[in-house]
Design a protein around this ligand. Structure first.
Ligand code: GLC
Length: 793
């Protein structure tokens, strides 16, 4: 595998004749025999299918798009002199022997003249980047948010195994996740291009040739979906409709997670729970890395180190701490080991071309790999995994090494469907089908509940089954900096539930880095501290009191804001809007095109963490306290600074100095932020009372608070209600109205208003489902991060 290599466009062959028959256009030339078909798919989504006759196996194996959109309505082609025309609701396509032109009312995109090429089984689509001033998406990537001038190798790999010497840099490619989705921007209009091909592909947005966007597939059939805007939000939502939205996680999964490779004994887990309690830091889950198993054998426990895992996990659960275990795909190849024997009996493992079991070398030694593409294997796996989870009282599943990592053993030999299907057809989807099978296990265990799964590797659509973490990063400032654009682009690429290893996985972290990482990460959709064995321990208390206080503040802020985060996840499920968003998602202007050192959570919270350490950037000393300084881009309007407790006027770049225990965090005027004010007791959280923090300085506030049981999947059948919240001020009075509708018993949640308004506000008129109380506003004290300051309530 030669990463970074591409095929020079001049080494492709191009067609010289074009014929049209029904919905099919055929391009023929020396070395070219390409069929192109068009279909109207979901609203605003057009599909162009490219079938290359030189591909041996032209079956489309992709599971990315939801089954209901796979068919589409064929669009009949019309020949106009030498150009074929497809005119569909979602757009218009013109195709000649060497050029493709895609047209919508709001966006036109055309290839260069020699823009459609084949080279044996490879396909080239080479678009002109004229007027394109931004490019986003690309799945999980290193480097910056804007991918113009960058390229991506869409191949899932075990990054550390592939880039052993360079992992601590911030520019490796490929990564664990392969999502060939690009969002192009021209002015304030956006268009999505989703190249649905489960094989390896390259996206190059002007890196190799400025002004040209290359898509190069290395085989298979490519379905190009044109995903309409015009806004970034519309493209993102449509892509989520096409490939599926992340289902709602259980509430506990939104809390803080503690993990480390090296936690080895039952006593350590009990001690961890006690340490969290003593440090007054809430934690929702403790994670078991590979050390819990008996010699890395799947679905076993080392019974010396963990004599009764179910009892341990039940004890943890009783204090609000859930258990998550790592589950690798590799099964130890050991006759007599029940999992291996039963898998072998079911012919559940991947095979070589000649029908032998494919063997790799991973943690357990010689390892075989379930062929998750087979329904029978998924069924076998789901049964085994469900039994294990049940017997061990485990609540969550951590899917790792599913890129798949096969050690020194060449992955190319690993074939699917009893050796019949070549490796590359499913390589990028290996984790996807593993996640599908694992979710099936959770469904068996609890058909009504909400499972929690986390996967390292993923492709387009995996968000339907699992959350994603961004793999083995390193404890350095570059990786902290990179975590923001990486998670933002993943979020725009459908994987709404994602986050990095907080603190950094490899190498030793430092007190300052650990604090800043917790602050930066405390509002990411997924929030887990994880580190490699033998590295410096990095639990919140490991560096003494001052860092602990700062980390505790960040973690507690997450728990306080958990009802808001939960609403963001619900909003994602309803509309496809990501939880974590670049500012570009809501604000227009050139200042947002490359902005990736701050992010939004939902549309109300703006997080601008400190991303450099002492001596690495601007710093000041104020009243004897050292502070790191950074610039923060505040969009127009007023913003409430939650760190300092004051309104700040936006529409400017502000310079902000933050002490070690400060995270610059802002709420926009006109927002409602649901807030948990009850006792902090790990994942135990009673949301039957919720504070509504109303930010109404100049603007009225509106919010749809979704009411549901927060536990089951009944929401999927419509069992939820909506509290329509509005807050409008007139003179000295603020009028807040809450009207509940939908399929949830009214008045189940008690809302308490907390007002952040203009100083002249004196009175609150508060109406819930038609009942009104009027009272005067008073001053209160409230905790944000680790600080206290007055607000009016
Ligand atoms: C992989 C995972 C990492 C885990 C380790 C041991 O490197 O990415 O998170 O700790 O394997 O299981």
């Amino acid at each position: 595998m030669f990463f970074g290599q591409k095929i020079h466009p001049l080494n492709f062959d191009y067609a010289d004749t074009l014929t049209v028959a029904g919905d099919t256009v055929e391009l023929i030339g020396r070395g070219v025999q390409l069929r192109v078909r068009c279909a109207d798919v979901a609203e605003g989504c057009l599909r162009l299918r490219f079938e290359n006759a030189q591909v041996d196996d032209s079956h489309q194996y992709s599971d990315a798009v939801l089954p209901e959109w796979r068919e589409g309505r064929p669009v009949i082609a019309r020949l106009d002199t030498e150009t074929a025309l497809f005119a569909a609701e979602a757009g218009r396509v013109e195709l000649s022997t060497t050029q493709l032109r895609l047209e919508r009312a709001d966006f036109t995109l055309a290839t260069v003249t020699a823009g459609i090429g084949c080279r044996s089984e490879n396909l080239l689509l080479n678009f002109a980047l004229s007027d394109i001033d931004g490019c986003y998406g690309f799945g999980e990537r290193t480097k910056r948010l804007n991918k113009l001038g960058d390229s991506a190798d869409c191949l899932t790999v075990d990054v550390v195994a592939m880039f052993r010497h360079t992992y601590s840099r911030d520019d490796y490619d490929p990564t664990y996740v392969a999502i060939p989705f690009a969002i192009l921007k021209t002015g304030e209009r956006f268009l999505g291009l989703f190249f649905d091909n489960p094989g390896r592909a390259i996206l190059d947005a002007g890196k190799s040739q400025s002004g040209e966007f290359w898509y190069q597939s290395l085989g298979g059939t490519t379905d190009l979906y044109l995903v309409a805007g015009p806004s970034l939000a519309e493209v993102t939502r449509r892509y989520a409709t096409l490939t599926g939205r992340a289902p709602l996680p259980p509430l506990w999964a939104l809390g803080y997670h503690q993990c480390r490779w090296g936690y080895q004994y039952e006593a350590e887990f009990r001690e961890l729970a006690a340490q969290f309690a003593a440090a007054e830091v809430p934690v929702s889950a403790l994670w078991y890395d590979i050390d819990y198993m008996d010699g890395c054998r799947l679905f076993t426990w080392d019974r010396v180190d963990f004599p009764d895992p179910a009892a341990l996990n039940r004890d943890l659960k009783a204090v609000g701490i859930r258990a998550v275990t790592i589950i690798d795909p590799g099964v130890k190849r050991e006759p007599g080991y029940a999992v291996y024997d039963s898998g072998r009996e079911q012919a559940a493992f991947c095979q070589t071309a000649s029908g032998r079991e494919y063997v790799g070398k991973v943690w357990p030694g010689d390892t075989v790999f379930p062929d998750f593409t087979l329904e029978t294997t998924r069924d076998w796996w789901a049964g085994r995994l469900a039994d294990f989870l049940r017997a061990s009282a485990v609540d969550g599943v951590w899917l790792d090494m599913n890129d798949p990592a096969t050690g020194y053993s060449r992955t190319e030999e690993m074939r699917f469907n009893h050796g019949a299907i070549p490796h590359d057809r499913y390589h990028n989807q290996y984790a996807h089908f593993m996640a599908m099978a694992s979710r099936q296990a959770c469904d068996r265990l609890d058909p009504e509940g909400r499972p929690f799964l986390l996967t390292r590797s993923a492709c387009a659509g995996t968000q339907r089954y699992s959350a994603v973490w961004t793999g083995d990063n390193a404890s350095n400032w570059k990786h902290l900096r990179m975590a923001l654009p990486c998670s933002l682009n993943l979020s725009l690429s459908g994987a709404a539930f994602n986050g990095p290893d907080v603190g950094g996985f490899m190498d030793d972290t430092s007190a300052e880095l650990l604090v800043r990482w917790h602050q930066a990460g405390c509002l990411f959709p997924f929030f887990r501290n994880h580190s490699i064995r033998h590295s410096r321990s990095q639990e919140p208390w490991q560096f003494g009191l001052e860092p602990l206080v700062a980390i505790r503040g960040a973690i507690r802020s997450r728990y306080r804001l958990l009802p808001y985060l939960y609403q963001c996840f619900f909003a994602h499920w309803r509309s496809g809007d990501p939880v974590m968003r670049p500012l570009l998602y809501h604000y227009a202007g050139p200042e947002y095109v490359n902005l990736d050192d701050q992010y939004l959570v939902g549309d109300a919270l703006l997080v601008a963490p400190i991303l450099h350490g002492e001596g690495q950037g601007p710093e000041i000393v104020r009243a004897g306290v050292k502070m790191q300084e950074r610039a923060i881009r505040l969009p127009p309007g007023f913003w409430f600074d939650l760190n300092r407790g004051e309104w700040v006027e936006g529409g400017q770049l502000v310079s902000y100095a933050a002490a070690l225990d400060e995270l610059p965090l802002f709420v926009r005027d006109g927002a409602v932020v649901p807030y948990y004010a009850g006792p902090l007791h790990n994942s135990i959280m009673d949301l039957s009372t919720v504070e509504l923090h109303l930010f109404c300085r100049e603007k009225p506030a509106r919010f749809e608070y979704v009411l549901d049981d927060q536990e089951t999947r009944r929401y999927q059948a419509g069992a939820y209600g909506i509290a329509h919240i509005s807050a409008d001020s007139a003179g000295e009075r603020l009028q807040v109205e809450i009207a509940e509708s939908g399929a949830y018993p009214p008045d189940t949640v008690r809302f308490i208003p907390v007002v952040y308004g203009r100083p002249e506000l004196r009175e609150l008129e508060f109406t819930v489902n038609g009942r009104t109380v009027i009272r005067s506003l008073q001053t209160e004290r409230r905790e944000w991060l680790c600080r206290q300051w007055p607000v009016r309530a």
